[in-house]
Write a protein that binds this ligand. Sequence first.
Ligand SMILES: NC(=O)c1ccc[n+]([C@@H]2O[C@H](COP(=O)([O-])OP(=O)(O)OC[C@H]3O[C@@H](n4cnc5c(N)ncnc54)[C@H](O)[C@@H]3O)[C@@H](O)[C@H]2O)c1
Ligand SMILES: [Zn+2]
Length: 384
Amino acid sequence: MPQTVRIKTKREIAEYSVEIARGNLGNAGRWAREVLGGTRKIVLVSNKRVFDLHRGQLVKSLKSSGFNPLVHLIEDGEKYKNLGTLEQILEAFSRFEIARTDAVISFGGGVVGDIAGFAASIHLRGVDYLQIPTTLLSMVDSSVGGKTGINTEHGKNRVGSFYQPKGVLIDSNVLSSLPKREFTAGLCECIKHGMISGKGLLDQTVSVIEACHQDRVDILKNEEFAGRFESFLADQIAFKAKIVAGDERESVLKTDARSRKILNFGHTFAHALERATDFRYFRHGEAVGYGILFAAEVSKKLALLDGKVVNLLRDVVLRAGTLPSLSVVESDQVFQAIRYDKKNIDGSLQWVLLKEIGKPVIVPHSQIGDGLIRRTTKEFISAQ
Ligand SMILES: NC(=O)c1ccc[n+]([C@@H]2O[C@H](COP(=O)([O-])OP(=O)(O)OC[C@H]3O[C@@H](n4cnc5c(N)ncnc54)[C@H](O)[C@@H]3O)[C@@H](O)[C@H]2O)c1
Ligand SMILES: [Zn+2]
């Protein structure tokens, strides 16, 4: 007789803190000890560029708390967020004899964070993992929410896991060495959060963009501004965390305004731009800058969003910094790439659009139609 055994597992609810302060690298040892307790070994995963620039305070602080960090450096760049690099990291973990009671710390931007997190989630079926993000994008976006993964020849983030870190440490001082282009890319993700969250976060983002316009490095050293900037980071992160808490695994069937999918605002077009240019031309955040404007444009065409709001959003994105020209991009290739987007569910692509600032809405591609998207893609690319 057929049998059914019902198995109930208690869903793991992860709770962790994001600590944000200038000079926090100097507190990393105490922080890691507090978060990890009696953990024996830690392995730092980073890349040469970040590690050379900022290891001093970090390693000193970890040592003073009794850690003797092992180090594994990966190559720098999105093209190394792949299976080969993952294999090397896992090989290093085994060579270092990293046990279940040990821990991994990622120290770098989103590339390092995503791949180190994924490696931590599968080494011995999961070892503790902490993040120290060093780009603006990784501070406000990729270090929070537990998405880890790698790219494959079939697309971005094709293989990965949901794996929450035990803690995140942010030292805003490290941003002073971040190239302007990377800063602009991070600001674009911040604008994205502002647009879907509401006027409060969008205004705060605009005021940070204004303040950083002249000289970001100088302004970050300013005591008064640094405090404001840290609150800004905290509000950005709190917004993302709130959405993630309501829909940790981005449920396929959830399509209301609280779905985690709303965080993909601007990303359908952004991923298509990245794919059409072989992931070499845009920084991810730059493509998102165009992507959110494209989504606003489609929203206007569907009479969801007022044209004045679209113009305002365009100004905000332009103020964030110069984006690479779209003149090298073939609109038909971008349109074809949209169809490959991984948010393609059972063949029906879903768009995150905007009814007004702070009011995202998920609309199936079938309700919009190929014609409008193809036309808007062409107009949008030739108008930039
Ligand atoms: N997991 C998520 O939820 C999530 C969310 C958004 C983006 N991502 C992923 O994040 C990645 C993009 O992250 P990114 O924009 O941080 O890119 P990145 O990790 O490639 O870093 C950008 C560049 O800045 C350098 N860098 C980092 N910190 C620096 C510092 N303080 N000073 C000087 N140089 C520094 C890096 O070496 C690199 O060359 C993509 O792979 C994207 O898919 C993941
Ligand atoms: Zn993104």
